[in-house]
Design a protein around this ligand. Structure first.
Ligand SMILES: NC(=O)C1=CN([C@@H]2O[C@H](COP(=O)(O)OP(=O)(O)OC[C@H]3O[C@@H](n4cnc5c(N)ncnc54)[C@H](O)[C@@H]3O)[C@@H](O)[C@H]2O)C=CC1
Ligand SMILES: O=C(CO)COP(=O)(O)O
Length: 346
């Protein structure tokens, strides 16, 4: 069994620690907050982020990163996208041996327009890891923590590292697939958060299942359009980290992105919504990143564009829906064939 550090003690870092602990690994759950480390070790619960789950005794919380990383063979990074560079800097200053590095963060940085693994590659020295592994897929922390059946995908450029991650996590409640398409796996997980905001907005406006199904399906089309232009394999978007994660995030009240969207649809102000959530809503910053990417790559992303207008430029939810519904007429098969490439054109 392995010594594994999980960096980030929010809801997802805590739930992934439970999976690792169930597989008999010694888990060091690192948090940047001393009081939280103390609270977890005293109560064996993460009261703020995953209250209902009781944590096995082989999960120990740390506040000292150097101590948490001592003798580990694998490090799982699960902080919000905004904190990735900072946490990598801290890791770099205390880690001198080679480890398997896995990240489970879903976002794109709106400043550098980089994916999470790209930011990590920029920040970390080459000699402490072989290849970054991405873990993504339809997986609400609340359900994983309760050991409900869940499937995810791990991806890295070298299959060996992905398979190490698969071995660490797989068990009878948590089934782990591999996929070599790092770009597609990462982009699917990040971009679905924009569409989940949209699904929440639609529900907040009082629209029904037809509208939500349209958002999921046309959202998938624009995710795949941007994704393939950035080098992803279009088939990945038909898998767990594409349509799978879209379904789970757009249809569940566990989703923070859906919940934030729902409040926006009901007319609440973005600042108040984020304050109320108290947990990361990755879709907000990723909307801005995807919007910028769509502009620079000249990719049509009408839903993302509408949500960008709503979040950052004062557009009313109903105005955005009206704009989407009155766009010029389109040929559905042509749109889909364009994503898949020439061999599918009619
Ligand atoms: N919650 C879920 O069900 C899932 C979340 N994810 C992704 O995992 C990532 C983390 O999300 P959650 O754990 O849900 O977020 P969360 O909001 O529950 O917790 C975030 C954690 O990061 C910590 N943090 C914030 N800034 C930090 C910094 N500068 N240095 C160190 N720690 C910092 C916070 O103290 C908190 O413990 C996000 O990218 C999210 O999209 C992915 C799959 C499922
Ligand atoms: O990524 C998730 C489920 O796969 C969690 O989504 P939220 O961040 O919207 O809660």
């Amino acid at each position: 069994m392995a010594n594994v550090a999980v960096l980030g003690a929010g809801s997802w870092g805590t739930a992934l620690s439970v999976v690792l602990a169930d597989n008999y690994h010694d888990v060091r759950l690192w948090t940047h907050r001393k009081d939280q480390a103390q609270q977890i070790n005293e109560t064996h619960h993460n009261e703020k982020y995953l209250q209902e789950v009781s944590l096995p005794s082989n999960i120990v919380a740390y506040n000292d990163m150097e101590a948490a990383l001592q003798d580990v063979t694998a490090v799982v990074v699960v902080v919000p996208t905004k904190a990735i560079r900072e946490v990598c800097q801290q890791m770099k200053s205390v880690l001198s041996h080679k480890v398997t590095i896995i990240h489970a963060t879903k976002g794109i940085d709106p400043d550098s327009l980089k994916r999470v693994s790209e930011m990590m590659e920029e920040e970390l020295p080459d000699d402490i890891y072989e290849d970054i592994v991405v873990l993504s897929g339809p997986s609400h922390a609340e359900e994983v923590g309760l050991r409900q059946p869940t499937t995810v995908t791990v991806s890295s450029h070298t299959m060996k590292e992905a398979e190490i991650a698969q071995d660490l996590f797989i068990n009878e409640h948590f089934r782990v697939y591999t996929n070599p398409d790092v770009v597609g796996v990462e982009l699917g997980g990040a971009l679905k958060n924009i569409i989940a905001l949209g699904a929440g907005i639609s529900d907040g406006l009082g629209y029904g299942d037809n509208a939500k199904s349209a958002l999921i399906t046309r959202g998938l089309a624009e995710i795949a359009r941007l994704g393939t232009s950035m080098g992803a394999n279009p088939l990945t978007f038909a898998g767990l980290t594409g349509v799978g994660d879209l379904i789970v995030t757009c249809t569940s009240q566990h989703s923070r992105n859906w919940r934030a969207g729902n409040m926006l649809g009901k007319g609440y102000d973005l600042h108040d919504v984020l304050e109320h959530m108290g947990m990361v809503v990755e879709g907000v910053r990723t909307t801005n990143a995807a919007y910028k990417l769509s502009q620079s790559q000249q990719i049509e992303m009408p839903i993302t564009q509408g949500i960008e207008q709503l979040l950052f430029h004062g557009a009313a939810p109903k105005e955005v829906v009206d704009q989407l519904m009155t766009r010029g007429r389109r040929h559905e098969m042509e749109d889909l064939a364009n994503i898949l490439g020439d061999q599918y054109s009619s």
